[in-house]
Design a protein around this ligand. Structure first.
Ligand code: HEM
Length: 309
């Protein structure tokens, strides 16, 4: 038999691969004979993906709401995927860091501009009806959104601004968790009582959040940046990418989101002005109160003072 040089190299490489795991190459080659050729729908799992849109009402715009949230969750997953590659990269180079962070920011930019789908893409009348069947669920309960935050920065930067000065940076994870800025959406600090929204969220995710907080304590994006040589920390492209990311996630997206909430819940003149999750949302959601800033060292005193204004 006349085997081309190229094919022989491939066969040798395959042999090496299977030898290394104690498998017979011939068996695997024969298996190829009966393997089903791949199709687009099998590979992308289109049928499974498109079977996940289940309405709770008869209102057509509820479908827009469900699917747009699902798109967000998929994009959140892509964001976390990119972030993990930065966080787990040893001897990270600034070029790689900046490029990967720009990928993440591009996703967030897209989520920000596409928020008009929530603002203009649904009828207020329909939204105000189907939201009642969603109560007390809220986007607040998106676990991936929280994972993105834990992966981005040190916990102290996610602690409620009112307690930040009093909390030791090395406080146990459990204590930091109890003081995270988003506790304010459902916790009465004077009594410690939590809302149903928050209680349910914690019941499901607190364990995995605490594990994630610990895992990323020394490898989150801000830590990776601070571990770079000082010269690299001044790299203009990297600094621009870090600032852009911080600004998009913590101001631009947040403001888009808040404007949508204002349009539906406050200005529509319909409903009781309350959020489905039941938070004191107008106070809670504005970046000037949350003061969530992932990379505080990369902003001037003035920029920090005017955050979200
Ligand atoms: C009509 C559209 C929307 C409205 C009116 C709205 C409203 C709200 C309100 C009022 C809150 C405060 C918590 C509460 O529910 O009491 C909230 C939180 C949140 N929502 Fe939305 N939302 C909308 C769309 C979305 C979308 C598309 C996402 C994407 C996943 C999302 C993600 C979130 C997140 C992550 C939070 C927590 C934010 C934080 O803690 O600062 N929301 N939303």
């Amino acid at each position: 038999m006349n085997i081309s040089e190229h094919r022989e190299t491939i066969l040798n490489d395959i042999e090496v691969k299977y030898d290394a795991i104690g498998q017979k190459t011939d068996t695997h080659l024969e298996g190829l004979l009966y393997a089903k050729p791949i199709t687009y729908w099998d590979y992308i799992q289109t049928d499974a993906l498109l079977s996940l849109q289940t309405q709770r009402t008869t209102l057509p715009d509820e479908m827009v709401f469900i699917m747009y949230h699902q798109v967000n969750e998929l994009i959140f997953k892509m964001i976390l995927w990119e972030m993990q590659q930065i966080c787990y990269c040893e001897n990270i180079q600034t070029k790689f860091f900046a490029e990967r962070l720009s990928r993440v920011t591009r996703y967030f930019d897209m989520l920000t501009t596409s928020f008009s789908i929530m603002e203009e893409g649904m009828e207020v009348e329909q939204y105000m009806k189907f939201r009642n069947t969603l109560t007390p669920a809220s986007g607040f309960q998106s676990a991936q959104y929280r994972l993105i935050e834990f992966t981005s920065t040190d916990l102290i930067n996610l602690v409620d601004n009112r307690f930040r000065a009093k909390i030791d940076r090395n406080t146990p994870y459990e204590n930091a968790f109890e003081h995270l800025y988003w506790q304010a959406a459902g916790k009465d600090y004077s009594t410690g009582k939590k809302s149903y929204l928050l209680e349910e969220f914690e019941k499901k995710y607190k364990g995995s959040f605490l594990r994630h907080m610990e895992e990323y304590n020394t490898i989150n994006i801000y830590q990776k940046f601070k571990q770079l040589p000082i010269d690299d920390q001044k790299n203009p492209e990297l600094v621009a990418a870090m600032r852009h990311f911080d600004h998009t996630v913590n101001i631009t997206w947040v403001m888009q989101h808040l404007n949508v909430a204002i349009k539906y819940i406050d200005h529509s003149g319909k409903g009781d002005g309350e959020a489905t999750g039941g938070s004191d949302w107008k106070k809670y959601m504005h970046p000037k109160y949350q003061r969530r800033i992932f990379f505080p060292d990369l902003w001037s005193e003035e920029e920090l003072a005017n955050w979200g204004l």
